[in-house]
Design a protein around this ligand. Structure first.
Ligand SMILES: NC(=O)c1ccc[n+]([C@@H]2O[C@H](COP(=O)([O-])OP(=O)(O)OC[C@H]3O[C@@H](n4cnc5c(N)ncnc54)[C@H](O)[C@@H]3O)[C@@H](O)[C@H]2O)c1
Length: 317
């Protein structure tokens, strides 16, 4: 990681959950970081404002001028800006698509113009839909939402830019990332909040759907290794633990961590317009042998201890 010291790095979506952790670590490692973010979902980087290694550009990645202003003479771009979440996919599908396609093209074009050494694309496990477990990078793919389709398109653009311009990219398919500062729309923060406020956990369907939850520190470590590792060049890599947890098990783990016997029994609710059954994925487990081989890293933070860390952060904020 010392290799990152002094490098000039752009993080699109740097004011978001994953971006804010990545930016913080990069600054601690001595990198010079430029964030582009439209602050659509607020800001998770207020504590970093004023840091001498940090520049913040408030703007939209769909604006090519803003993007090229930020990316001139840079070494690495982490492209994380996106409209994230099932509800957003439902509420504003054209905006989701526009940001993923137009925005990603702008960032890719700028990466080529400024001759960056590595372009990291924040993709998603959603590209697999309900395909076989564990999900392997080569597929099969069965994207169920606009967001998932758009992520696959973004990956294909990275490959096309490699062919046409020689761009060195790495696509990281993040599985469910969690940790401090995550938006309360997502399941772990939502469950913790419900227990803390004495409300039953609301579980969609029968709660048997599974996820592969990966703690943010592991995700940041793997993302940085992907950015500097020669083996990760022009690769698509799953970023997950390889361990599945059902939503019922998650509810139990959180209730136990908060010592809340009353909340152990979740309230089961039907899928609705906010979360339609048609775009729900029912199983998700990362095949992580490629990450272990190419990044030489295996996520080390088990769900129960990641949840403890999250709760202790939550209690102090
Ligand atoms: N968190 C996860 O579990 C997860 C899982 C799979 C993939 N991902 C991907 O990782 C990336 C980061 O996710 P996150 O959880 O940090 O999400 P986030 O919503 O916290 O961060 C995304 C950031 O992008 C910004 N943004 C959105 N549209 C923009 C635009 N048009 N121009 C400039 N900025 C814009 C938002 O303001 C936000 O700060 C995304 O690309 C997401 O698709 C995340």
């Amino acid at each position: 990681m010392e290799r990152l010291k002094g490098l000039r790095i752009v993080v699109t979506g740097g004011a978001g959950f994953i971006g804010s952790h990545l930016v913080e670590r990069l600054l601690n490692l001595g990198a010079e970081v430029t964030i582009i973010d439209n602050f659509l979902f607020g800001s998770k980087i207020e504590h970093l404002r004023g840091h001498r290694g940090l520049s913040i550009i408030e703007g939209d990645i769909r604006d090519a001028g803003v993007v090229s202003q930020a990316t001139g003479a840079k070494d690495i771009i982490f492209h994380l800006a996106a409209c994230v979440g099932v509800e957003e996919t439902q509420r504003m599908p054209f905006e989701v698509l526009d940001v993923e396609i137009q925005g990603t093209l702008n960032v890719l074009n700028s990466a080529v113009e400024s001759d960056v050494k590595r372009f990291i694309f924040g993709s998603s496990s959603e590209v697999y839909g309900d395909s076989l477990e564990p999900m392997k990078e080569e597929g099969p793919f069965a994207p169920k939402s606009t967001y998932a389709v758009a992520k696959l398109v973004g990956e294909e653009y990275c490959k096309a830019f490699r062919q046409k311009h020689g761009l060195e990219y790495t696509c990281l398919r993040y599985f469910n990332v969690y940790g401090p500062r995550q938006d309360e729309r997502f399941v772990i923060p939502r469950f913790v909040n419900r227990v803390l406020s004495g409300q039953p956990l609301e579980v969609y369907g029968d709660g048997k759907q599974t996820r592969d939850f990966t703690y943010i520190d592991d995700v940041v470590n793997m993302s940085l290794l992907a950015a500097v590792g020669p083996e990760a060049k022009c690769q698509v890599i799953n970023i997950g633990t390889g361990v599945t947890t059902s939503i019922n098990e998650l509810a139990e783990t959180i209730s136990k961590a908060l010592d809340s016997k009353s909340s152990v029994r979740p309230a089961y609710i039907d899928y609705d317009e906010k979360r339609p059954r048609s775009i729900e994925t029912f199983n998700r487990c990362a095949g992580n042998s490629r990450a272990i081989e190419l990044l030489q890293y295996k996520p080390g933070i088990a769900l129960a201890s990641g949840i403890e860390k999250y709760i202790s952060w939550k209690r102090s904020h």
